[in-house]
Design a protein around this ligand. Structure first.
Ligand code: PMP
Length: 402
């Protein structure tokens, strides 16, 4: 008898299962609003032109080889990525109080931080926004966190952020608790705090001596402006907080499968930086040993050259403009169809996702009867909408709500 005899087929990530169902569906008007990837108006995957150009340059660069990168990653990449996050005027950067480690994208930046915080810092409690990206809890659980708490984020009825209860929950958190925030384009709600709200949150963090962890998977994808989308990270740094931030280039550079990320730690004393990096390596070495090079070289070329960077920023704006336009159209069409309820939250939200407020039953109907694929939470990827399918989607949503 096999030692694997009790294996069962499980679904580790329902979101990828949704893609599989969509791919197998033969219905002509099927729509995939599930997984968070960008699509053009022709429903095609998209490589940002300047990213493509830099890929060619990297491939054809005779000075590059396939030797291992250092465990902490590509130094040039770490520098430009960290500057993108913190901005050129960041005092912590100037004072060399920043430790950056290249990771295998955002997921792995979260995991490396969680491993370190649980195993080395012996932290036990972590707070997540309710709701949050479904992988967060699993990552912190696997790393060894023991106590999982949530702070209210989304007010279901009002379809906005539940600020009073959010602050109340954080005010009751104990010293040393890790609190996870989304830097911008909160997944799944698409709803971010205002500057005023972030300031209130920061006051509570300081008061209760909490440890912020900012997951920044969508820098530039919320507003089209990476500086604006990094506001909370820069504010926390300017307030003298110690914290960690995870960075991903999956969405904003479209480098999903190259796994390009960065874990940035802001510390109070520059002397701590080499020690912190070396201790983080204790969790890199037995895991993946050193990160992949290709994507990091591409990002270095895009961000390290003024003209390339300008081109990237321009394309980023075009992408986010398309998303904003689809939001407007979806809201308008739902209203024109006299769909019961309010739909203006769709345009108040930003980034890839909209938390529509559709319930599980309505979602099930959309999947089964209309061949429109979305998660059970009612989250839709706005990038899956285009000028050809938006009428069908709006009519279908309207039909299942009525
Ligand atoms: N954090 C959040 C909030 C996300 O939505 C995602 C992607 N879905 C990630 C992290 C990780 O993405 P990646 O590993 O591709 O960087």
């Amino acid at each position: 008898k096999s030692i694997f005899a009790d294996m069962k087929v499980v679904i580790p990530a329902p979101i990828f299962h949704l893609t599989k169902m969509y791919n197998e569906d033969k219905f002509e008007k099927k729509v995939n609003l599930g997984v968070g990837v960008y699509r053009t108006d022709e429903n095609k995957s998209f490589t940002i032109p300047v990213v493509k150009k830099c890929e060619f340059e990297v491939v054809n660069d005779p000075t590059l080889d396939h030797e291992y990168l250092p465990m902490s990653g590509n130094p040039e990449f770490r520098k430009v990525a960290t500057e993108l996050l913190l901005g050129p005027d960041c005092k912590a950067l100037q004072e060399k109080r920043v430790a950056a480690v290249q990771t295998a994208s955002g997921t792995n930046a979260c995991r490396l931080a969680a491993d370190f915080l649980a195993k080395r810092m012996k932290l036990r409690t972590v707070y997540f926004p309710m709701p949050t990206w479904e992988n967060h809890m699993v990552i912190f659980d696997h790393a060894g966190f023991k106590q999982f708490k949530t702070y209210p984020y989304w007010h279901k009825k009002r379809r906005q952020i539940d600020m009073p209860r959010l602050l109340e929950a954080l005010a009751s958190a104990n010293e040393g608790a890790v609190v996870l925030f989304h830097g911008s384009a909160h997944n799944p709600t698409g709803m971010d705090l205002t500057k005023k709200q972030w300031k209130q949150v920061t006051t509570v963090i300081k008061m209760n001596k909490l440890f912020p962890f900012v997951d920044t998977a969508y820098q530039g994808f919320a507003t089209g402006d990476p500086d604006r989308d990094a506001w909370i990270v820069r504010y926390m740094a300017s307030e003298g907080l110690e914290f960690m931030a995870a960075q991903s280039f999956s969405k904003n550079m479209g480098l999903y499968n190259e796994r390009v990320g960065n874990l940035v730690s802001i510390v109070s004393d520059p002397k701590l930086v080499p020690a912190l990096i070396s201790e983080l390596m204790m969790y890199v070495r037995p895991n993946y040993s050193n990160p992949p090079a290709f994507g990091s070289r591409v990002v270095s070329r895009v961000l390290g050259d003024k003209k390339n960077k300008e081109e990237w920023l321009k394309t980023l704006c075009e992408m986010t403009d398309r998303v904003k336009n689809m939001r407007k159209q979806l809201m308008q069409k739902l209203q024109d169809l006299n769909t019961p309820g309010r739909w203006d939250h769709i345009t108040r939200q930003s980034g890839m996702f909209s938390f529509t407020g559709l319930n599980e039953e309505q979602v099930a109907k959309l999947v089964k009867e209309k061949h429109i694929y979305l998660t059970a939470s009612g989250r839709i990827n706005i990038c899956g909408l285009n000028t050809k399918n938006i009428d069908y989607v709006a009519e279908s949503i309207s039909a299942v709500v009525k």
